[in-house]
Design a protein around this ligand. Sequence first.
Ligand SMILES: [Fe+2]
Ligand SMILES: [Fe+2]
Length: 139
Amino acid sequence: MSGPALRQLAAHRSIHEAAHGQVKDMTASLRLLYEKGRDKEAREAEKVILEHWRDHIIAHADSEEEGLYLDVRKERPGLSETVTQLMRDHDLLRKITREIEKNLEADGSSDDRLSMYESLLVVNWHHSRDEEKYLLGES
Ligand SMILES: [Fe+2]
Ligand SMILES: [Fe+2]
């Protein structure tokens, strides 16, 4: 999703909420799988969750940086620093996602990965609220 929808608060917020709700539910289900010792299924579920982060949330961030953020910087130079901060949030999402992928490939600790999935949710939640507030006029 890109273009005009990203400039409208209601449309943009509904993109955030749909994607966030899905990864939040998937993370809760993942935790249950590990608690029940269903590790093989859990690892498969992780591949789906990571794909979701990449294909929905990080792809959304990429498209903002290629369009909306450039436009905001041009049209409202006073928000340039805010855009920089929002881009740092995107970078954190990318870094944490890569860290989880590396941990999974190396057969690392599932507890560590569960903490990182929770961190992604926290960063993404605050990022979305700030983006709605500062760039899209939510007050
Ligand atoms: Fe964003
Ligand atoms: Fe967004």
